[in-house]
Design a protein around this ligand. Sequence first.
Ligand SMILES: CC(=O)O[C@H](CC(=O)[O-])C[N+](C)(C)C
Length: 312
Amino acid sequence: MSDEAADIEASAKSTVDPVKSFLSGGFGGISCVLVGHPFDLTKTRLQTASPGTYTGAVDVIRKTIAQDGIRGMYRGITPPLFGVTPIFAISFWGYDAGKRIVYALTPDRKDQALSLGELAFAGGFSAVPATLVAAPAERVKVLLQVQGQGGQSMYSGPTDVLRKLYAEGGLRSIFRGTVATLARDGPGSAVYFATYELLKKRLSAPPPRLPGSDQPSAAPPLSLGAVMLAGGTAGVAMWSLAIPPDTIKSRLQSAPQGTYTGFMDCARKLIAQDGVTALWKGFGPAMARAFPANAATFLGVELSLKMMDKLW
Ligand SMILES: CC(=O)O[C@H](CC(=O)[O-])C[N+](C)(C)C
């Protein structure tokens, strides 16, 4: 293969430097929290306030800003900022690693562009390393979010939760909900990344082609509008699938020890007790956050990648 052909093939491959994929994912996570946190706060206040405190989401926002100013919408942002940033960094790094696995398994491929199925595989793969961090982080978050609703608070903060969970049941207790997190983020990330890549490609101008070659000469020009539309839609697509396993995960992770034997037991008991529609609890607030938070995520990822490409 000539040097020029090798260059064309390398640029057509959709992988990036692993350090860059990790860092860009981290930037994406920070953007996600900065945009998504006010939605999260609104949802949590609605879910936990005593009846009659708020008439709805707009009322929460109005009263919070009237009391604390715009800063009030960012109350409690520090733990998610520290928790979500590494999860997104690992997730975007894992997605890139998944693409490398596909290329390694198909060395004789003619078309360097990955198919939708291959992108979905890489997305699903990203959830494997990300879950190792996401599952304990979600266990801590869920326990902190549900405490104090009409009773005494049991935990003073994230470190206190970890200390008490370890004392109660060791690492097994800290990692409770790992299967549920994987059940949410495996299929969810497959849909997330595949939707993003598909829409970004459809919405962006086609890349210029070298004369006499059927391979693109360079990456397509980046359209920020396309990135945000594709990213927001990817978030909505992911959460459309992810709400039922997310509901089971939250129940499992917040229940006293011994309530459920595992994911299936929790699903069975939830459906028997509250009906199948209970699996979609929290659908509205999750959907309201999904588009803006993930539009910001992919904007953060793509802009930081561009910045890093200029630097090295
Ligand atoms: C559960 C989660 O973190 O989902 C991310 C999108 C979001 O809305 O937070 C995507 N991903 C799992 C790929 C990090």
